[in-house]
Write a protein that binds this ligand. Structure first.
Ligand code: HXC
Length: 257
């Protein structure tokens, strides 16, 4: 079986949250390049329209849906839209996230809650809905976007690190619980990625040259995601793969005293 072909994702339907910008757009584009039909979802209609147009101009069968993944009712509507447009779903990429740099002292309860709601609860809402609507009966593939620092302490990112650790845990639990139903669940933990809102937001807090020479491209993350969704990874589930060239360890610097 030759897995690494140009049409490796032909006839597959992929849904990418946060798929209009940054890493999500890179992931959506690469799936499309390999033949997948692509649905992108996010809160912002304007960027979705522009990204869907880019995909379509590149020859990808693509559509968009406005959705706040914090809202279970909106997530239900998204699943209905995917069914109506593409007839099914093979791959879910939980990429949408919210973030800002803030010390624990600066972080209000609502600030902490907001990031956990988007990143962790949003990932759960999407995962559960995709399972009920599609994967329970037909199997499927889920790739969550995590962060390297989820596994250890980090400055200015207590909220995001807590949310991403939760995503890592959810990844492992779903993988075990759904193993017999033909559903693989993995996560990719990107380091700093150039030309992304995340890097822009965090750049002042980033240590060393994480924001320049050590930053990777969205395509570096997308390649790993497509690999995990492919049959080349058919025995990989419950894994969290760092794609950061080992730069994630000291990504954020502490304030000088
Ligand atoms: C402290 C802040 C803050 C900041 C917001 N808050 N920004 N606190 N410092 N810079 C607080 C607010 O004061 C408020 O708390 C609470 O957070 C909710 O803010 P809202 O603006 O009302 O929330 P909302 O409109 O839902 O917006 C969510 C958001 C926003 C996360 C705050 O930034 C957003 O929509 N982001 C989406 C895009 C994004 O962040 N992309 C980058 C992802 S990068 P109070 O108490 O005042 O009510 C990423 C990579 C991680 O995830 C890994 C990097 C290496």
């Amino acid at each position: 079986m030759n897995i690494f072909t140009n049409d490796v994702m032909k006839n597959k339907v992929v849904l990418v949250t946060g798929g209009a910008t940054g890493i999500g757009k890179g992931i959506a584009s690469l799936f499309g390049q390999y033949g997948a039909k692509v649905m992108i979802a996010s809160r912002k209609e304007q960027v979705l329209v522009s990204a869907a147009k880019d995909l379509q101009q590149a020859g990808v069968e693509a559509d968009l849906c406005v959705c706040d993944i914090r809202e279970p009712a909106a997530v239900e509507q998204l699943m209905v839209a995917v069914r109506a447009r593409f007839g099914g779903l093979d791959i879910l990429v939980n990429n949408a996230a919210g973030n800002f740099p803030a010390s624990i002292e600066q972080l209000s309860p609502n600030g902490f809650k907001t990031v956990v709601d988007i990143d962790l609860n949003g990932t759960f809402n999407m995962t559960k809905a995709a399972f009920e609507h599609f994967f329970k009966s037909a199997g499927g593939n889920i790739i969550n976007i995590s962060a390297p620092f989820a596994g250890w302490g980090v400055a200015y990112q207590a909220h995001a690190a807590a949310a991403k650790s939760g995503i890592d845990s959810l990844t492992r639990s779903c993988a075990v619980e759904w193993q017999r139903q033909g559903i693989r669940v993995n996560a990719v933990a990107p380091g700093a990625v150039i030309d992304t809102e995340g890097l822009e937001r965090l750049s002042d807090a980033l240590a060393g040259d994480a924001g320049s020479t050590n930053a990777c491209q969205a395509s570096d993350i997308a390649n790993c995601v497509v690999f995990l969704a492919s049959d080349a990874a058919r025995f990989i589930s419950g894994e969290i793969i760092r794609v950061d060239s080992a730069t994630g360890v000291d990504l954020l610097k502490l304030p000088s005293t």
